[in-house]
Design a protein around this ligand. Structure first.
Ligand code: 5RP
Length: 218
């Protein structure tokens, strides 16, 4: 099984968490794209979707799935999204695609967050993947110094602007022994919009696709 097969398998498996009449929260990235393609096969069953990025909204509309405003929907029964790293505690690093802020909003608004990923995304400790942090442009230098003070190396994601008009600093080599504590700490830095650590509100279910098929961690 190659990486693409694992992604396709979890994208398909996530459909089991969708119920008739749901408005489905939809993430961003290549795995979420495959989920959108799978969702198209059952679009008659759902009432629409809330997208975590302009890119996902476009793909949903191309499939004829109505994209709704979260403010009008309220609580999402289910949110399905990929991840860059995940632990067995269902803590995540997300934001490789730069959509972390809307992803975090959708995850928080959801009753059930189903995270879908290839098996190789499972790690013992988060942080080998540089932690994405969305930052108000004016605070780039301030936040960069704060990250450096934590022993990490901030790197500006060159040529990238988020859907919200902000920048991303990727924090390399951050020592994340306690993801909940680190998320709280980074959230305190003025100018930080969102941290790509999803620990305070992690996933409820992690579907991992690999050679042995799909494994669900809860
Ligand atoms: C986007 C994300 C993605 O979920 C994450 O980057 C995983 O992407 P892919 O499914 O392409 O590996 O957080 O902001």
């Amino acid at each position: 099984m190659d990486a693409g097969d694992g992604k396709r398998a979890v994208a398909q498996a996530a459909l089991e968490y969708i119920e008739m009449g749901d408005v489905v929260g939809v993430g961003t990235g290549s795995t979420a794209d495959l989920f959108i393609d799978s969702l198209a096969g059952i679009k008659g069953k759902i009432d629409g979707a809330v997208a975590s990025s302009e890119a996902s909204a476009r793909r949903l509309r191309e499939h004829g799935i109505a994209v709704l405003d979260l403010n009008r929907v309220g609580v999402l029964p289910v949110y399905v999204d990929g991840t860059d790293e995940a632990t067995r505690h269902l803590h995540l690093i997300k934001g490789g695609g730069g959509a972390l802020t809307r992803e975090k909003i959708a995850a928080q608004a959801s009753e059930r967050f189903v995270c879908i990923a290839e098996r190789r995304k499972l790690v013992a400790t988060l942080g080998a993947f540089p932690l994405p942090i969305e930052v108000i442009p004016m605070a780039r230098s301030l936040v960069g110094r704060s990250i450096a003070a934590l022993g990490a190396q901030p790197e500006l994601r060159a040529g990238f602007t988020t859907d919200n008009g902000n920048i991303i600093l990727d924090a390399h080599n951050l020592d994340i022994q306690n993801p909940v504590e680190m998320e709280r700490r980074l959230n305190q830095i003025p100018g930080v919009v969102t941290v790509g650590l999803f620990a305070l509100r992690g996933a409820d279910v992690l579907l991992l696709g690999g050679d042995a098929g799909v494994e669900a961690l809860r």
